[in-house]
Design a protein around this ligand. Structure first.
Ligand code: AMP
Length: 218
């Protein structure tokens, strides 16, 4: 019997990580743990974490490792994730976070590390058109919602542009990704656990590629 599915998803912002992580999580019946989503929720709730993170998020920089590790430690320790596994989206983002995650997952190691590969040029175009439901975080593109007066098809929530999806913040986040997160690909490649999956194509095409990789590795 399978003892859970534990997946880390890497990819530039706008590569489709959120969409594909949700699909994988539904497919395998595990929680989708998005650290960006956790932080945005905390900001919306004006919690202690939200207040500590809000200006960092708007600038497109990284929240400190200590806070991020404790957030993830709390979440992956919950019953659903502990037993069934998870799809981790947006974490780790630094070498410090990756080595903390190694310690946290010693007993139940991550099985798949995936790099959803989409070039910077392509994600820049996608991100400036990205819109998101402020209630359930479903992604839309600016062109697809022209006919609909900006309400989410799934939950009726308001569709907005993320405050960190301005051109300047997008470019900065992509620079931060290249500088701090891309080196993690080498880190996981060195252990032979990295799978690079082409993220260009329709959501169904990309999802099928991901499933093939995971199914063949189980
Ligand atoms: P995302 O939705 O994954 O693009 O994350 C949005 C923002 O949340 C990032 O630009 C960072 O400011 C912050 N963030 C999310 N995950 C992390 C992480 N693992 N480490 C540090 N900051 C993070």
């Amino acid at each position: 019997m399978r003892s859970g599915v534990r997946i880390i998803m890497f990819g530039r912002q706008g590569a489709g990580k959120g969409t594909q992580s949700t699909r994988l999580a539904n497919h395998f019946g595990v929680p989708h743990i998005s650290t960006g989503e956790m932080l945005r929720k905390a900001v919306k709730q004006d919690s202690v974490v939200g207040r500590a993170a809000v200006s960092v998020l708007i600038r497109g920089e990284l929240v400190n490792d200590e806070l991020m590790v404790s957030l993830v430690q709390g979440r992956i320790g919950q019953e659903d994730a502990r037993v069934a596994g998870y799809v981790l989206d947006g974490f780790p983002r630094t070498i410090g976070q990756a080595s903390a995650l190694d310690s946290l997952t010693e007993a139940r190691p991550v099985g798949f590390v995936i790099d959803l590969d989409v070039s910077r040029e392509i994600v820049l175009g996608r991100l400036s058109a990205r819109r998101v439901c402020e209630t359930c975080a479903t992604n839309y593109t600016a062109t697809s919602i022209e006919q609909n007066p900006c309400l989410c098809e799934k939950c009726g929530g308001r569709i907005i542009q993320r405050t960190d999806d301005t051109e300047q913040a997008i470019n900065h986040r992509l620079d931060v990704y290249e500088a701090q997160t891309a080196p993690l690909l080498t880190y996981y490649q060195g252990r032979g656990s990295l799978h690079v999956v082409d993220g260009v194509g329709s959501p169904d095409e990309v999802f099928n590629r991901l499933r093939t990789v995971i199914d063949s590795g189980q």
